[in-house]
Design a protein around this ligand. Structure first.
Ligand code: PLP
Length: 424
């Protein structure tokens, strides 16, 4: 069981007085708890680094908090690199994990001194052409087949577009060593959103074993094992949380059994978590504005899938509470819907909830990762604001909501719209 808490109705009402719904709200206190707990679980590794996966919440105020806690960033595109640079992340505080990398991005990553996570053997030439020969390269491994933990199948790396085969890793290291690369790291991403405590330890063993082989076969120096993302969160209250201390201990055991005896005791362990770090620290706050009683019972809210795409895209569950009615009985069954002209614009389907009145504040939980970040403008809907609830109880608007001017900003005829658009 996991506890689903949210800021109180009083706190939400205080914010709504200043900032209209819908908005994404983040808790600094919860964010610090997530990141500090995780770093603590890996403090046995002196060089440990969490490279926060920027894509999960590319919001400067959030990145600033994580930077102050000692995190780096994992970027995958030019704009994510720009954000990292603007936030003051430097050199090996940045991982660049792109795939199908567009022209020019390796050059930029190299200029920043980022650690490049090479997705494929065939990218070596463009990497070197654009950015010269780096001192260090990380390589993304795809073992293929099915990835199992115990008896459960966690994913199908063989179907995933990422990473290189085991044979290609050897070829890549040979080629890069010949070009002058001095040190290597290994990376893999084999399961998504798993709270199974054996995930990281199992993958650590796989990567450490390959590292040992490559070291022994080719004499390559391996400086880092990057466990990437994938540690999950319980979206449903009945699910369990990941035990990060058990995870940290499991990886330590793999390190002691594989790295230490093979002379890799000074290796750095790294992670690139996104969801685990910010997912539970955010809520989408929205108001009930319509009710509809047809073949089903509908509650219409002022947020829509353009603010949070996961339910529409994956049928993902997000817990919903009604502010002030947290302890009320679930006497109703609703579909909670947004306004998009798409029938999948439903935050919840057949969800038992307390009776909802118009004007009630609905809190959609665990939206701090892949929430605002996956927002879009379909149907001419504008993306919401982001608000940070600070440890001292104050709140701050950290990104304003989009306006119609933002929506039309890429067009040449904004002047034609001048009479139509609200004055700035
Ligand atoms: C998405 C991604 C992550 C973060 O994944 P989470 O599931 O949010 O932890 C880390 N590394 C890479 C390369 C990714 O693409």
């Amino acid at each position: 069981m996991s506890v689903k808490s949210a800021p109180s109705k009083e706190t939400l009402e205080k914010i709504i007085e200043k900032i209209p719904t819908p908005f994404h709200l983040y808790s600094e206190e919860r964010l610090l708890k997530q990141v500090r707990g995780f770093l603590n679980a890996f403090s046995w590794n002196k060089k440990f680094k969490e490279y926060y996966a920027v894509k999960a919440c590319p919001t400067p105020a959030i990145l600033k908090i994580l930077k102050d806690e000692g995190c780096g960033v994992d970027c995958a595109s030019e704009c994510e690199l720009m954000l990292a640079e603007a936030m003051g992340f430097k050199g090996d505080e940045i991982m660049f994990s792109s795939n199908e990398t567009p022209k020019g991005e390796f050059a930029y990553a190299a200029r920043l001194g980022a650690i490049i996570n090479l997705d494929d053997y065939t990218l070596i030439d463009s990497l070197v052409l654009e950015g010269g020969v780096p001192e260090r390269v990380c390589m993304r491994y795809n073992p293929g087949g099915e990835f199992k933990l115990g008896t459960s199948v966690m994913g199908n790396p063989g179907d995933a577009k990422y990473g290189m085969t085991r044979e290609q890793l050897t070829l890549a290291v040979k080629k890069l060593m010949k070009m002058g690369v001095k040190e290597f790291a290994l990376h893999a991403f084999l399961a998504s959103n798993t709270t199974d405590n054996t995930y990281y330890p199992t993958m650590a063993r796989i990567l450490m074993t390959v590292a040992k082989e490559i070291k022994e076969e080719l004499g390559a120096k391996i400086f880092m094992i990057n466990l990437s993302g994938g540690v999950g969160i319980p979206y449903r209250p009945e699910e369990n949380e990941a035990d990060i201390y058990a995870i940290g201990e499991g990886v330590k055991k793999a390190y002691e059994e594989i790295c230490v005896p093979s002379g890799m005791q000074d290796i750095k362990i790294a992670s690139e978590l996104g969801r685990y770090i910010t997912g539970p620290t955010g809520w989408l706050v929205t108001c009930a504005i319509h009710e509809k009683h047809t073949h089903k019972e509908y509650i219409g809210v002022d947020a829509c899938a353009a603010d949070l795409m996961r339910p529409a895209m994956y049928g993902a569950y997000h817990h919903i509470t009604v502010a002030g009615k947290e302890n009320a009985e679930n006497t109703k069954v609703y579909d909670v819907v947004g306004s998009l002209c798409e029938n999948n614009d439903k935050f919840a389907v057949d969800r038992p909830l307390p009776e909802i009145e118009m004007g009630d504040i609905l809190v959609i939980h665990d939206t701090g990762a892949h929430g605002r970040a996956m927002g879009y403008n379909y149907n001419g809907r504008l993306r919401s604001a982001e608000v940070l609830l600070k440890q001292n109880g104050e709140f701050e608007l950290i990104r304003r909501a989009e306006t119609p001017r933002d929506y039309f900003a890429t067009l040449d005829f904004t002047h034609v719209l001048d009479d139509v658009l609200p004055k700035a």
